[in-house]
Design a binder for this molecule. Structure first.
Ligand code: VG1
Ligand code: CO
Length: 544
């Protein structure tokens, strides 16, 4: 087998966004496009030569082809050993689990998460470091810099590797071990949660649930853990077979895209519990009987109840949330007397805090929750955490959350997304807000008085690195907030995200409709940002 050095020239725009490089499949299929990015990883992450790399993806269209390219390039770049999930499948949290368990030098995750899949849709690639988490900005910037000057890549001339058979094969001097994608992850979940208590809940026959895998990567994980190990009824996992195009849908677990599951949790015959995960298995949505748990509330409830689970019985050390996530978790941290951190959007900002032992739990409003058990957000972990709480507390989801609100107050929360808007118009909208910021404090809008207004900047408390321009924050007296930022994961035009939060301490007002309760704040956000005038959109594309 011959190792070839292929001449190439740089592509524009290979800077990783919030979570890796995400582009249309057609972009990745251009000759040398994927290869350039992968070679930039090998050129900058030099410990991979002679080391072990984990490779896997969410099973979307182009997953298998990309893995074959990565294997040939890894062999030519001197990687000693690759662990790859059978069928090319590994969920994002499972990649993190495997990197940590086998102490590898890093991993490559192939996914565009909740974005649709298929020949005309999206693909993505992300590098995870030896701690198991997404590469920090210093690493992604180094990889990007290398893509701008790249002039050659290395690839071994060899046939495709059979990804469907467990076992070890050699490609040149490199060992490729095809591993069971579920086993290590499932074992970790058994360590963290009380499987006996959850099994008893299912055995009681008094508890009904469905898990919607949305034809994405969590199907095999959920079937093994929920049905095989915990004894949930066959059929508990719906849409459990991973498909290259996710059945044509958006594998995005929210009220808009997981509509079949939402319907099963509504009405007089509603299920007791519904949950869903996204394309690559790191997001989660939690539903009770006629009840939706916002991801921000979910983080706060898990934090307040963590001591009820085996994995966290000795308590939590601290909590972190991304800046747009509601401040519900802050109130729990205060009550527990632990630290609370506000980080920029994206899981990579939690890594240092987790590694340093400053936090145990962390989360984002975008249906992401996780802990120090891995270095990615983890969809099924959150579902099992909730099941553990339901089994121990013997209460419904609605009772647990309502009780939480009575104790801490309720942070009403909603996010309005304006998708595929003109990128220039979106940029101008944010620039205009930035100019307005200094004059806002003290101004009154209806019942709301601006307490502070800024463009969020974060200084990492562990390594001192600074990340500026992370989103516009307008905070009001009493704790309500408007946050605006542009998405860093989209592949078409720009997506404007408007995050709204309103604090209500009075329990008699805890059961209003969210959009109605937040209407005045929504109007203020639309007017301040001149959304309709600047984007031509009178209404958001998706409300979560
Ligand atoms: C979005 C979410 C962010 C999340 C990121 C990756 O980013 O808002 O909270 O970390 O997706 O999640 P953005 O830049 O589009 O707002 V995933 O499940 O897509 O890897
Ligand atoms: Co995801």
């Amino acid at each position: 087998m011959e190792s070839n050095v292929i001449a190439t020239t740089p592509f524009e725009g290979q800077r990783p966004g919030t979570s890796g490089l995400r582009k249309k499949v057609r972009t990745f299929q251009q000759p040398h496009y994927l290869e350039n990015f992968v070679q930039a990883i090998f050129d900058t992450q030099t410990e991979l030569a002679g080391g072990t790399l984990v490779v896997g993806g969410d099973g979307r269209y182009y997953n298998r082809e990309a893995i074959q390219v990565i294997l040939r390039m890894a062999a030519a770049n001197g990687v000693a050993r690759v662990l790859v999930g059978r069928g090319g499948i590994l969920s994002t949290p499972a990649v993190s689990c495997v990197i940590r368990k086998y102490k590898t030098q890093g991993g490559i995750v192939l996914s565009a998460s909740h974005n649709p899949g298929g020949p005309e849709e999206d693909f993505g690639i992300k590098f995870n470091v030896a701690a198991g988490g997404p590469a920090p900005e210093s690493v992604t910037e180094a990889i990007f810099a290398r893509t701008q000057s790249i002039d050659r890549y290395r690839v071994l001339d060899c046939p495709n590797t059979n990804l469907d058979m467990l076992g070890t094969v050699a490609i040149g001097a490199m060992q490729v071990e095809v591993i069971d994608p579920v086993a290590d992850y499932a074992a970790l979940m058994e360590d963290l949660f009380d499987f006996n208590a959850i099994r008893a809940l299912f055995d009681s026959g008094l508890f009904s649930m469905r898990f919607d895998a949305m034809h994405a990567v969590t199907g095999p994980y959920a079937t093994e853990i929920l049905e095989n190990r915990l004894g949930a009824l066959p059929g508990t996992v719906m849409n459990g077979i991973p498909l290259e195009d996710f059945g044509g849908g958006h594998p995005d677990p929210n009220l808009a895209h997981a509509h079949d599951l939402v319907a099963l949790c509504e009405g007089p015959h509603a299920l007791d519990f519904g949950a869903a995960s996204d394309g690559d298995g790191d997001r989660n949505m939690i539903l009770g009987k006629n009840f939706f748990v916002t991801p921000s509330d979910s983080l706060a409830v898990l934090a307040a109840n963590a001591h009820l689970t085996p994995g966290y019985h000795s308590g939590i050390r601290g909590i972190a949330r991304s800046m747009p996530t509601s401040q519900a978790a802050d109130r729990v941290a205060e009550a527990l007397g632990v630290e609370c951190f506000e980080t920029p959007t994206g899981w990579k900002f939690f890594g240092n805090l987790l590694d340093a032992g400053r936090i145990t739990l962390c989360g984002e409003e975008s249906f992401g929750t996780g802990s120090d058990h891995v270095r990615e957000k983890d969809g099924l972990w959150a579902v099992l955490f909730w099941l553990n709480l339901l089994a121990v507390r013997q209460q419904s989801v609605a009772e647990i959350v309502s009780e939480h609100w009575r104790q801490y107050g309720r942070n009403y929360y909603t996010r309005h997304d304006y998708e595929a808007v003109d990128a220039k118009a979106a940029g101008a909208l944010v620039d205009h807000l930035r100019i307005m910021l200094p004059a806002l404090p003290g101004q009154r809008f209806g019942n709301y008085t601006v307490a502070y207004a800024d463009d969020f900047a974060y200084t990492d408390p562990i390594d001192g690195s600074v990340s500026a321009n992370q989103g516009i924050r307008i905070g009001f007296e009493g704790g309500s907030r408007i946050v605006l930022r542009l998405s860093g994961t989209g592949t078409e035009g720009a997506t404007l995200r408007v995050y709204l939060e309103f604090y209500e301490p009075d329990p008699s007002r805890h059961h209003q409709d969210t959009q109605e309760a937040m209407a005045p704040l929504i109007l203020i956000a639309r007017e301040l940002a001149q959304i309709e005038a600047r984007t031509g959109r009178a209404e958001p594309t998706v409300i979560t």
